[in-house]
Design a protein around this ligand. Structure first.
Ligand SMILES: NC(=O)c1ccc[n+]([C@@H]2O[C@H](COP(=O)([O-])OP(=O)(O)OC[C@H]3O[C@@H](n4cnc5c(N)ncnc54)[C@H](OP(=O)(O)O)[C@@H]3O)[C@@H](O)[C@H]2O)c1
Length: 282
């Protein structure tokens, strides 16, 4: 049977780089994004390349997508969660969530949990989520929707931290399903830096600087791929013990996770709050 990879944000940047790599390795690859133009360009590469258009900032779209994927691919080997969109100003999604919370975190929550069934049927399933890999500060528990002092870059960093905790609660909850979860911070990578930026010269200079200092997509893909390989192939990189379902990676280096930290407690707390928010939004 042909292995399957589903990649959100696979129409551009690092997601697109990973999508091409999985195609080269013989996978059936479905990328998800909003741009028909970019999606069709990817799907035109070959018969194993597919595109589905969805706005992942919407809760209903994520639910629809998870259902559709589960029907179309009852066995799912790889799930990459990479859609993002920078906003200098605070914006709310149609469901009333702060946009980074909605797209960068909640979409990934819904797809991770919504696709456990198909993932658990694969031989070596893996989820790759782009998070902060423990490089940012604590969760703003009293202001999860960033209503006070919003800052675009800070909002992405905060959502990254939420994704770290999503990884923690995922492996805790599905300890027996054999699904590995990799939380990756790629460092600065030259991609589209898609988003809505303020028009200040300072912001423009910062983005220009990122374009000069960032690494290529090819380098970012090469740094993360060893951590996605089935255990036998990457045994020297990641200890294969059963409890090692979660791996945090920063620019190709494994980040040690502190077993004595409050992460599990925080992760369970975030999980419960997220379910409550979803119920309220329904
Ligand atoms: N690049 C960096 O320096 C850097 C640094 C740290 C972390 N990361 C992380 O790495 C991951 C990939 O980043 P990247 O820089 O490669 O991204 P990118 O080039 O900006 O591409 C973003 C992707 O997200 C999709 N997307 C945006 N809004 C969407 C929406 N509402 N619904 C569905 N899809 C949407 C875009 O698809 P369409 O255009 O088709 O809508 C595109 O495929 C992200 O999680 C990012 O946070 C990147």
């Amino acid at each position: 049977m042909v292995a399957v990879a589903v990649i959100t944000g696979g129409t551009d940047g690092i997601g697109r780089g990973l999508a091409e790599e999985y195609l080269r390795r013989g996978y059936e690859v479905l990328v998800i994004g909003r741009s028909e133009r970019k999606g069709r360009a990817f799907a035109g590469i070959g018969e194993r390349a597919h595109f589905l258009s969805a706005d992942l900032s919407e809760v209903a779209e994520n639910r629809r997508l998870a259902e559709w994927i589960a029907q179309r691919y009852p066995v799912l080997d790889v799930l990459v969660l990479g859609a993002r969109y920078h906003r200098s100003a605070r914006v709310q999604t149609v469901d009333g969530f702060e946009s980074n919370f909605g797209l960068f975190y909640l979409s990934r929550f819904l797809l991770s949990h919504g696709l456990v069934g198909p993932l658990s049927r694969a031989e070596h399933p893996v989820v790759l989520n782009f998070g902060a890999a423990w490089q940012t500060g604590p969760v703003r528990w009293d202001d999860l929707q960033l209503e006070r002092g919003y800052h675009g870059v800070g909002a992405m960093g905060h959502a990254g931290r939420l994704n770290d905790l999503l990884g923690v609660s995922f492996v805790d909850r599905y300890a027996d399903e054999g699904i590995r979860y990799v939380v990756n911070h790629p460092g600065v990578v030259v991609t589209s830096f898609a988003g809505e930026y303020d028009h200040s010269p300072v912001t423009a200079a910062q983005v220009d600087q990122l374009r000069v200092t960032g690494k290529s997509v090819a380098t970012a893909v090469a740094q993360i791929f060893p951590f996605l390989e089935p255990p036998a192939a990457h045994a020297s990189v990641v200890a294969p013990a059963g409890r090692e379902r979660l791996t945090a990676v920063l620019e190709g280096e494994r980040v040690p996770l502190d077993p004595g930290s409050r992460d599990l407690e925080d992760a369970r707390r975030l999980h419960d709050i997220t379910l409550k928010l979803l119920r309220m939004a329904a």
